[in-house]
Design a protein around this ligand. Structure first.
Ligand SMILES: Nc1ncnc2c1ncn2[C@@H]1O[C@H](COP(=O)(O)OP(=O)(O)OP(=O)(O)O)[C@@H](O)[C@H]1O
Ligand SMILES: [Mg+2]
Length: 268
């Protein structure tokens, strides 16, 4: 039997009142890959993640996580997932260790294994030495790493990160990504991540989907998407092409950007 997809979304939609935040998303994430969900503000990325993590309601047969239906078996799905939300989730009044221990309890890590799992998670993100300081004394980068430890403490098969590096300096950004990469390497965990930083997506994601106005507009490896736009294109240009106003027209933006690049080469 072939291994089920880590995540499969089929015709996934969600509206907030009159706002269609997610509008017919089909998506398949392979076990073990780092998958980037990219898109401008308001594209529907967080809404999509919140449906996958069971935090927003869905109807049956729309999402499975490792073959388990999210609407039918919410608790079973929650046990498979570690989630770092976009909004900060650590409690400043607690120490790093207490924050991670709280998640270990929430996510049903067996009592006898808790202390050791908490220690391991803090170690993985490089916070062992700072574990007993209160989180309000941490820098932004340390907070993000603490949240990563919170998500990892239950040894999830699927790690979901919503803008894990937003607001961090370049060194802290690469530190978070290096941790994610080495954890993935060690555990074979699947990672689903959103980011606005195209250089990060290019460097760390096996495949990416570009989302705009609730829909997936392009999907593939960074190299495939770049090649689709033309020689020497960057993911940044693909992003602009896909999310630009031109996409409102039938032809799509890719053609327009290709023409612009040809013109630029002629002139340059
Ligand atoms: N709780 C909510 N109530 C009403 N509207 C919402 C709510 N959450 C999101 N929306 C709307 O749904 C759309 C998609 O929002 P979402 O947060 O999924 O976007 P996003 O891609 O994560 O954006 P960002 O990059 O800014 O985080 C937006 O138009 C947003 O205003
Ligand atoms: Mg968001």
């Amino acid at each position: 039997m072939t291994e089920p997809a880590a995540v499969r979304c089929t015709g996934l939609s969600h509206s907030f009142g009159a706002t269609r935040a997610v509008d017919g998303v089909d998506l398949e994430i392979h076990p073990g890959e780092v998958f980037g969900l990219l898109g401008p503000n308001g594209a529907g990325k967080t809404t999509t993640l919140r449906m996958i993590t069971t935090l927003l309601p869905t109807t049956p047969d729309r999402i499975t996580v490792f073959g388990v239906d999210v609407a039918r078996r919410r608790m079973a799905v929650r046990r498979l997932i570690g989630y770092v939300p976009q909004q900060l989730s650590a409690d400043g009044a607690l120490t790093g260790r207490e924050n991670v221990a709280l998640f270990a309890r929430l996510f049903d890590v067996p009592r006898r294994q808790r202390a050791e799992q908490v220690r391991l998670a803090l170690d993985l993100v490089g916070l062992a030495g700072d574990a007993d300081r209160t989180a309000k004394t941490y820098s932004g980068g340390m907070i993000r790493r603490l949240e990563l430890a919170q998500a990892l403490v239950s040894s999830p098969r699927l790690l979901i990160l919503d803008e894990p590096t937003i607001g961090l300096d370049p060194v802290a950004r690469s530190s978070v990504w290096d941790r994610i990469a080495s954890i993935r390497e060690a555990t074979g965990m699947t990672v689903l991540v959103t980011t606005h930083y195209m250089d990060e997506a290019e460097q760390y994601c096996d495949r990416v989907a570009l989302m705009h106005a609730g829909r997936i507009r392009a999907l593939g490896t960074p190299a495939e998407l770049e090649a689709g736009l033309g020689p020497e294109s960057t993911l940044d240009e693909v992003f602009r092409a896909v999310t630009g106003n031109r996409l409102d027209r039938e032809e799509g933006g890719i053609r327009g950007v290709r023409a612009t690049r040809r013109t630029a080469r002629r002139l340059g």
